[in-house]
Write a protein that binds this ligand. Structure first.
Ligand SMILES: Cc1ncc(COP(=O)(O)O)c(C=O)c1O
Length: 387
């Protein structure tokens, strides 16, 4: 029987026999086997036997199966953080001498990996503007991997996933997309031809600001070498963190509906405030991202970004908010503001910040699950302190 995302995320796969309402935490580092014959399968991906939690664990696999279904993927691998997921994928796909074409507007940690670590392994990085990612034959014909986000952290600009995939196909490159801001509820990039989707599950998927995790999704064939790399690099989440993710998935669809609705209402309110120079949110019809977001997203997400006149004004806003917290994080039930230039993108040089179109007066807002009118009132009173 076909099931909606919430039904599946709550129940997972039917199992016979004892069936606890919440999936148990297999809090064990290793598993005993009945016979040495089982070790024939020790390297297998998705084996019925479990051997060692760094390889796989039932609590992790339960979450992987649910997440795979939500993201329309054949398989999913969980990681200890979003960054471990990203670096493990890139270290697996690339070899010395290979080129990666990436969007120049990305989460700061990913840009830092590409700038400071990728060259040590002989990977060449070409950072491109959005429209250049649609014309890879011209700007990065040798690229083996194309990497991007949409909506992009922190500006929430949207790129056409379909157009990036078409451009990558013309040069024979694989496409990897960070889908953290959208979540599988709002957008399924694999349906549009992306090869691998990555999530920082620390954000909306975890959704309670209490777990650090990552996920990689795609076909079984694509995930096989990444499974081996995860075993070797060791970036596996704990069974307890996987248990927390299972708890979170049960409300993901509900939470996203509220994040989407509240973010739109707050964006519409902020558009009317004279202190706000610009509101960046893909759900606003005036946004340049609106047409493409409408084409590829089911909801516009809980993230928005506003631009004030100066760093001083941005700091004043953050300091004067009462309900909203100043946190370098996103995707939780709490509404959070952060200044990208000081937090997520602090590792970027002024020139890199400019190329990522980030200004000192920008404030990233992760709209949480509080009552929308309380959030609007909080921003109204805090903006009044900006003169
Ligand atoms: C879009 C995006 N991708 C990846 C990451 C890294 O995830 P984690 O903090 O779980 O390592 C972040 C963190 O903020 C992010 O915003």
């Amino acid at each position: 029987m076909p099931q909606g995302p919430s039904t599946h995320a709550i129940h997972g796969q039917n199992q016979r026999g004892a069936r606890p309402v919440t999936y148990p935490i297999y809090q064990t580092a290793a598993f005993a086997v009945e016979s040495n014959d089982a070790y024939e399968h020790i390297g297998d991906y998705g084996s019925d036997d479990y051997f060692y939690t760094r390889y796989d664990n039932p609590t992790l696999r339960n979450v992987s199966q649910k997440l795979a279904q939500l993201e329309h993927a054949e398989e999913c691998l969980l990681f200890a953080s979003g960054m471990t997921a990203i670096t493990t994928v890139l270290m697996t796909l690339l070899q010395a001498g290979d080129t990666i074409a990436a969007s120049r507007a990305l989460y700061g940690g990913t840009l830092q990996f590409l700038r400071d670590f990728a060259p040590r392994y002989g990977f060449h990085t070409i950072l491109l503007a959005d429209d250049q990612l649609y014309d890879l034959e011209r700007h990065a014909p040798q690229a083996k991997v194309v990497y991007f986000e949409s909506p992009v952290n922190p500006r929430t600009d949207c790129l056409s996933i379909r157009r990036v995939v078409e451009a990558a196909r013309r040069i024979g490159a694989l496409v990897v997309k960070d889908n953290t801001f959208a979540t599988p509820i709002n957008q399924n990039p694999l349906d549009l031809g992306v090869d691998l989707v990555i999530h920082s599950a620390t954000k909306y998927i975890g959704g309670h600001s209490d777990v650090t995790a990552g996920a990689v999704l795609g076909s079984r064939e694509r995930l096989l070498p990444i499974f081996t790399a995860r075993k070797v690099f060791g970036g596996i989440p704990s069974p307890h963190d996987a248990f927390l993710l299972d708890r979170s998935l049960k409300t993901l669809e509900l939470r996203m509906a509220q994040h989407n609705a509240s973010a739109l209402a707050l964006a519409q309110f902020l558009e009317t405030m004279p202190q706000v120079r610009q509101v960046l949110y893909p759900g606003l019809p005036a946004s340049p991202s609106y047409p493409v977001a409408q084409e590829q997203m089911r909801g516009f997400g809980g993230m928005l970004c506003i631009e004030l006149d100066s760093l001083k004004a941005a700091k004043t806003l953050c300091d004067r908010l009462c309900v909203v917290l100043n946190v370098a994080h996103l995707g939780g039930p709490e509404t959070m503001v952060s200044l990208p230039a000081l937090t997520s993108h602090a590792a970027l040089t002024p020139d890199e910040l400019q190329r990522a179109r980030l200004t000192p007066g920008m404030v990233r807002i992760s709209v949480g699950l509080e009552n929308t009118e309380d959030l609007i009132e909080d921003f109204r009173q805090a903006l009044a302190f900006i003169v």
